[in-house]
Design a protein around this ligand. Structure first.
Ligand code: PGA
Length: 253
């Protein structure tokens, strides 16, 4: 199955002001004016979403997180419904920083996934192993657990319609400048697909894009797509430099 490659910018908790956020977005938008063969999604901090939305044009907006309840006494949280109303189309779920720093469990991620799908937003589920798990050759069991729990109780028909995708982000590669090797990324993709087939069957698995994230730059971006067969990229650090990000999006073709 051919996908329109998905390039997602995860700005994390950057930049520090709305002025800078608008400048960064404006510059990316200008550089990518005529890009039609790639789906480009920017995930800024939530406080910038509505301002950026007004400038969005062809670029899609995503959130870096969401809460699973729709409303109520959940101080500090933002619901998928709110994100949809403000113009988001995608939500990153289970990023390793959320898992590690904010102690999100696979069960919480499962609830978030259900809320995102129910709201009609596209979930980007992040999975990946730590350096230690890699050394101990635990990748298979780590992936299985993360995928199985995240998808538990979610109807196949809902996954199929949701635009669900998985981002493979080896934790040791995030922000480290040490990206995953191309062969390793290729085997990770095959392993993820094998696990997905066991839960969802072949035909649905074929429709699920698998992205790579972790120290992607304009130097390695193309190899992840062409050589490792990834269907897109999730970009952190390099997405904060508009020229580098534009270069990555252009280089993928
Ligand atoms: P990085 O981050 O590109 O800075 O490694 C990727 C991510 O955390 O999604």
């Amino acid at each position: 199955m051919q996908y329109k490659p998905l390039i997602i910018a995860n700005w994390k908790m950057n930049p520090q002001s709305l002025v800078e956020a608008k400048r960064l977005f404006g510059s990316v938008k200008k550089g990518l004016r005529n890009i039609k063969r790639t789906e480009v999604v920017i995930c800024p901090p939530s406080v910038y979403l509505s301002d950026i939305k007004n400038q969005a044009a062809g670029i899609k907006l995503g959130s870096q997180n969401c809460f699973w309840e729709e409303k109520g006494a959940f101080t500090g949280e933002i619901s998928a419904v709110m994100l949809k109303k403000i113009g988001c189309q995608y939500v990153i779920i289970g990023h390793s920083e959320r898992r590690e720093i904010f102690k999100e469990t696979d069960e919480m991620i499962n609830q978030k996934l259900k809320a995102v799908i129910k709201t009609g937003l596209k979930p980007i589920l992040c999975i990946g192993e730590t350096g230690e798990e890699k050394e101990q050759e635990k990748i298979v069991s780590v992936f299985k657990k993360q995928i199985k729990i995240a998808l538990s109780g979610v109807a196949k028909s809902k996954i199929s319609k949701s635009g669900f995708c998985i981002a493979y982000e080896p934790i040791w590669a995030i922000g480290s400048g040490e990206a995953c090797g191309i062969d390793e990324a290729m085997s990770a993709k095959l392993l993820i697909q094998k696990i997905l087939i066991s839960f969802l069957g072949k035909s649905l698995t074929k429709k699920i894009p698998i992205l790579y994230g972790g120290s992607v730059t304009s130097k390695n971006a193309r190899d992840f797509i062409d050589e490792a067969g990834m269907n897109g990229l999730l970009i952190g650090g390099a997405s904060l430099n508009s020229q580098e990000f534009i270069k990555i999006v252009k280089i993928v073709f």
